[in-house]
Design a protein around this ligand. Structure first.
Ligand code: NAP
Length: 466
């Protein structure tokens, strides 16, 4: 029976949970298997596809978002279906996977943030950067969040690309933001923002910063903001200097060159200032009823046993008066119902993409992971392509050995009847394309690239599905 899987009579039925880049690259690699007939059903709990490309990539990075053209081609394959507005664990369960599919891929990304574990972290005015990003990008779950932009000073903790995005959005002018596809309510709020000073805090030195060259360069090109660094903090300490001499790295060298520019040139007197700070860690967020200041400690670097340079606190403290804090120290995965989860790492435990159950130390046949829920929140969009291909290669290998589910109803009609019985108003890829066109048309009427729908009800209403 299993020998026939992947034929016209018995197509290989695959479910992909999540419709971000890693899910699409997995679908792409499956579609490239010429000797297999593969039916792919991709699910997302939102009516809209593309995960962080829609909800995470900064609105002013339109070029990065154009990667969705590649995903459109994958979705155009007649054997591919998108089911938006279908939540795994509620509308569709783990038991359904076993009933309707031969193999399932979890591509759900990392939906929450890491915590700093310092006093005051939960004071009003202190937010995970992930929430701010989701808010300005119009994610339905976050559109009603409030950020007090009447504050004049904001601190962004972390020096990864997300921290850079958050700092840049806070530092951008209205003219810069109106050209983007930022959610309309966020554009309005940022238009009235009183934030004039932004601090970016790196706990290690400039050579260990996680951001890339274009992101640090952009900070120096903002209309209303001067990027400023301290020459003492961007000058390399002896340990970093030796490490860089031993292993030259052009990205790090260019980052330092750009920041040395910010430290040595005189500010142009623009109305806002963005300070890049290094070798400092927040130790406490203080305030009576809300954030009023961030106490930071100066760090020094030491070489760890594994050779990496780590931060160690000194006895020198400083206080930054600030009313807003954005903690941008990394995303973290969230557990899915009935699927193993490693809480400390925030990933689904796996061996090369095969889901692994730590309780009995066994691979769970038929279940796979790709993207951030597989390897943690690292890498750019393109990193997901080889990562997803590697997992799909494992799936194909397993299939040859009949290691897969034996579904009782491996038929699309059976899945769709189940969803209809549950009254799930699923959104197809064609319907998403209709929403996409409507968003573009509404944007064009305002001279903007797009005006996003930010409420699920409005999306369903626009599709006549309410
Ligand atoms: P990230 O690149 O891992 O950066 C996290 C930052 O937080 C690092 O600077 C890290 O410092 C710092 N950090 C961690 N724990 C900390 C603590 N307890 N206290 C102070 N600082 C702490 O994560 P991300 O910025 O969330 O980005 C996630 C991934 O998405 C990255 O691969 C990123 O490149 C990618 N991304 C790319 C783009 C783009 O291409 N434009 C845009 C956004 C995101 P240490 O190094 O000392 O740990």
């Amino acid at each position: 029976m299993n020998a026939q899987i992947g034929t016209v009579e018995n197509p290989l039925r695959i479910a992909i949970i999540g419709s971000g880049p890693s899910g699409f690259y997995a679908a792409d690699h499956l579609q490239k298997q010429k000797d297999l007939i593969v039916q792919i059903d991709m699910f997302d709990r939102l009516p809209t596809p593309f995960g962080l490309v829609r909800g995470g990539v900064a609105p002013d990075h339109a070029k990065i978002k154009s990667v969705t053209k590649v995903y459109d081609k994958i979705a155009a394959d007649p054997n591919f279906r998108f089911y938006g507005n279908v939540e795994f664990g509620k509308d569709l369960t783990h038991a359904d996977m076993l009933k309707f599919y031969h193999q399932v891929i979890y591509a759900v990304g990392a939906q929450t943030d890491k915590r700093m574990e310092i006093p005051g972290e939960d004071l009003p005015g202190s937010h995970p950067a992930t929430e701010f990003v989701a808010w300005y990008n119009g994610h339905p779950d976050y559109r009603d969040y409030k950020f007090d932009l009447t504050q004049e000073c904001a601190v962004v903790v972390g020096v990864g690309n997300v921290a850079m995005d958050v700092a840049r959005i806070l530092a951008s002018s209205y003219d810069e933001l109106v050209k983007t596809d930022m959610a309309d309510y966020a554009l309005e709020a940022l238009k009235n923002s009183k934030v004039r000073e932004i601090y970016l805090l790196g706990r290690r030195g400039p050579a260990q910063a996680a951001f890339t060259n274009p992101e640090v360069k952009e900070l120096g090109e903002l209309e209303e903001t001067d990027a400023i660094a301290d020459i003492n903090e961007v000058t390399l300490d002896p340990l970093s200097k030796a490490a860089l001499e031993a292993n030259p790295d052009s990205t790090i060298q260019k980052n330092i060159e750009i920041m040395t520019g910010y430290a040595t040139q005189s500010p142009k007197g623009k109305p806002k200032k963005l300070f890049m700070r290094f070798l400092v860690s927040p130790v406490e967020i203080t305030g009576r009823d809300r954030v009023e200041a961030v106490k930071i400690v100066k760090n020094e670097l030491f070489q760890n046993k594994d050779g990496t340079l780590r931060p160690r606190a000194t006895d020198k403290f400083e206080t930054i008066k600030a009313g807003l804090v954005f903690r941008s120290i990394g995303y973290k995965g969230v557990a899915l119902p009935d699927i193993p989860f490693n809480d400390s790492w925030g990933v689904i435990p796996n061996k090369d993409g095969r889901v692994h159950d730590p309780k009995n130390d066994k691979i769970i046949e038929g279940e796979y992971v790709v993207g951030w829920i597989k390897r943690g929140p690292s890498g750019v969009i393109g990193t997901n392509k080889p990562d997803s291909q590697a997992t799909v290669n494992m799936m194909l290998e397993d299939l040859k050995q009949n290691k897969c589910f034996s579904p009782a109803l491996p038929k699309r009609e059976a899945l769709e009847s189940m969803l209809s019985e549950k009254k799930v108003k699923f959104v197809t890829f064609g319907e998403w394309q209709k929403l996409d066109q409507l968003e573009i048309q509404k944007g064009q009427a305002l001279g903007r690239p797009r005006l996003k729908y930010t409420r699920v009800d409005d999306m369903l209403g626009a599709l006549g599905k309410k």
